[in-house]
Every structure is written in structure tokens, then in C-alpha cells.
Design a protein around this ligand. Sequence first.
Ligand SMILES: [Zn+2]
Length: 253
Amino acid sequence: MKMVMKINGTSALSSNVNRTRDNNGHINGNGHAFKIWEDTDIIGDDHIATNIETPMRADAFLLDDERKVEIIEQHFNKIMNVLGLDLTDDSLKGTPRRVAKMFVNEIFYGLNPENKPSMSVFDNKFKYGQMLVEKNINLNSTCEHHFLPIFGKAHVAYVSSGTVIGLSKINRIVDYFSRRPQVQERLTVQISEELKKVLKTEDVAIIIEAKHMCVSSRGIQDESSTTVTAEYSGIFKNEKTKDEFLTYVGMKL
Ligand SMILES: [Zn+2]
């Protein structure tokens, strides 16, 4: 299962409320459960994940990307106006469109299943039966509670069941699921589930260590803390295998 801990700081992802199967809990298709919290402010400020799936409306893709950019541009224009900014100023007038394009095409491109990286898998011809670790994968995401950046590193490992993928594909999977409004725990599980599906194995581990701008630049304003989440499946639930992985990524305490 998953570990959540906080280094050098106040807990943003409090470990006692994460994915415990609970009578009041919501259970999703993958068998993960999250406790439902009544108070949405608590959910937002404590960064509690309520579901492993990114909550999307059924009509999410009725509008094409171009139309979405137009509408977001209009709304962002209004936000800037309400803040009292002068949108006739040369420096500001392009901002609403720039932000709208950035949302749709860059930082939230991973909302659209059409953008999921295509995965060609290969037979494991070398019969390499050991652990493969890809560490320090760059990660850029956005907190869904504050729309501020989450950035850090992901470390991924798997043991091939006979199927392998190109190494850069692991980075692409990490990036795709990161480019959504996210909570770190959900991101961790989504990447893990996708890798298990693509690699046709349960033997997958992932650790994410990231900084949340909403913790460092507002609220508690904790500059030094990072948040660590992990998901161990299959053989990685075995302490020895897990320790080997933690040693490779330099996180063995
Ligand atoms: Zn946040």
C-alpha cells in the first residue's frame, strides 16, 4: 500500500485520512477507498484526495480545445479586470489569451485522454528479470485546490513480466498524469495503475517527492518541506524488494 509522510514540515497530506477503507468511504473501480469529508474547505486546505479518478464531467470534451481557449481567455480577462488591472496596458493585454493557451495546451493537457502517450511495448528479449529503476524523473503538476505549482521528482521501478517499454515512455506517463489539476496521492496512484496496465505486471513501485507552492508561498508558508508519497504493488510489498528500490533511489533511511 501507500505511505505518505512529510519531511521537515507540517503535514499537508495527513496520513491518517488517506485511502482507508471506511464505512463512509467511497470505493472506486480500482478498489481504492477514500474517506469523504463534508467540509470542502478542510478538503482544500488539507489537500485531501477524495477519489483516484480525476473528477471530470461527462461533457468534458464536447468543446474543442480552440473553443476552450476562447472561453477561458474571456473569463481570465474578467478576473484580471475585477482585480483592477488595466488590460489596455501593453504588458497585460496578452495575458488572458496566454494563460488560456497554457491551461489547455500545456499544464492541463493531461486531462484529455486523446493526449495520453501511445505505448509500444516490447518482448523482454534479454530475459532481464531484475528490477529496473528510473529515478529523478522531472515532475511538474498543479495543485487542484489552489491552482499553484507542484514540482519535484518521481522514482519508478518495475520488474518485467516479459513486457518492457522504452525508458522515455515512463517519463511520458509521469508527465501526462502530472499535467492536470492534481493532488499528489492521486497522481501517485494514477501513474502506478497505468504502468501496471501497460507493463502487464503488478510488480511496480513509485515514489514522488515534491514541493507544493501552496504550502511554501501562502498558508503556512513552509519553505523547506517536501511531500513524499509512495505506492508499492506486487513484489514491492516484500520488504527486501522495497528496500532494494529505496537503496537505488537513495531513500533508504
Ligand atoms: Zn494546494
